[in-house]
Design a protein around this ligand. Structure first.
Ligand SMILES: [Zn+2]
Length: 270
């Protein structure tokens, strides 16, 4: 439906920006849980950023799936939300997007604790390929509209890319100016260890136990929570919430509570 409305602007032979229809975009800002509490100004800024994201990156379908313009818009919106205050340069490593209709199988090898290599076939909702491809399952993105049941697969994978900007994906992205590497490392290590103790003891964790599988997953899952369920992250670890607030330069908890200064905020979805 949006295809006819979206016009690519061309300059010097290169597409510079996709014009995302403002009405459709406002619906996204209103309905997508991760956008809750954004001001109209922030929503509009995200629209322009998403248009730039779309212009430079081809979208492909896996398994003969065709990601239409509305799907591409939603994916672009979720991809740019984490860098709304950081800038699109942070997503420079994402050069193309592949969308599967559903969760997809991935063959890979894992080395266990004694060094034995195992061939593994996993079902995935998303992947961040190191050579610059963001791979996603549309079913899981669509399910994300339901705050109670969905995940935030796009933000999860984008967090992996942000983590990898300075090299290895290890849960240690390039920090904001003034952030302490020591404080970051100590807080994330302590949170990771505490989560794994809770998992080992069979205690309720309050966040997805998958975060305990690796420090990189810890950062990616907590980034999901930061944007999607900030109150749950604050409850799990207020120090980490504060560090992510400094890193992303956003306060999703504050904007849901109307604590920030912006005069006009879009109503939070019921
Ligand atoms: Zn992951």
């Amino acid at each position: 439906m949006l295809r006819n409305l979206m016009a690519r602007l061309f300059g010097r032979g290169e597409p510079e920006e996709v014009q995302i229809p403002p009405d459709a975009w406002r619906e996204l800002c209103r309905d997508q849980p991760e956008f809750a509490g954004l001001s109209t100004e922030e929503c509009e800024r995200a629209r322009v950023l998403a248009g730039r994201f779309l212009a430079g990156r081809p979208f492909y379908g896996g398994d003969r799936f065709v990601p239409d313009d509305a799907m591409q818009m939603r994916i672009a919106g979720l991809a740019v939300l984490p860098v709304l205050e950081l800038g699109l340069d942070w997503l420079a490593d994402i050069r193309s997007v592949i969308v599967y209709p559903d969760a997809f199988h991935v063959d890979h090898e894992e080395v266990d604790e004694v060094g034995v290599v195992h061939h593994v076939n996993d079902l995935r909702a998303g992947e961040a390929w190191s050579h610059g491809t963001l791979v996603l399952s549309w079913t899981d993105i669509e399910a994300g509209l339901d705050l109670d049941h969905g995940l935030s697969v796009v933000i999860h994978e984008v967090a992996h890319f942000l983590d990898g900007v300075n090299g290895a994906e290890n849960g240690f992205p390039p920090l904001a100016r003034g952030q302490s590497r020591t404080q970051w490392t100590q807080a994330f290590q302590a949170g990771f260890d505490r989560l794994n103790r809770q998992i080992d003891a069979g205690e309720p964790t309050g966040i997805d136990p998958y975060a305990g599988s690796h420090p990189a997953e810890f950062f990616a899952v907590l980034s999901e929570y930061f944007f999607r369920r900030p109150e749950a992250l604050q409850h799990f670890d207020a120090t980490i919430y504060g560090l992510l607030e400094e890193f992303f330069r956003q306060d999703p908890l504050g904007r849901r509570a109307g604590r920030q200064g912006a005069s006009e905020r879009i109503a939070v979805r019921d």
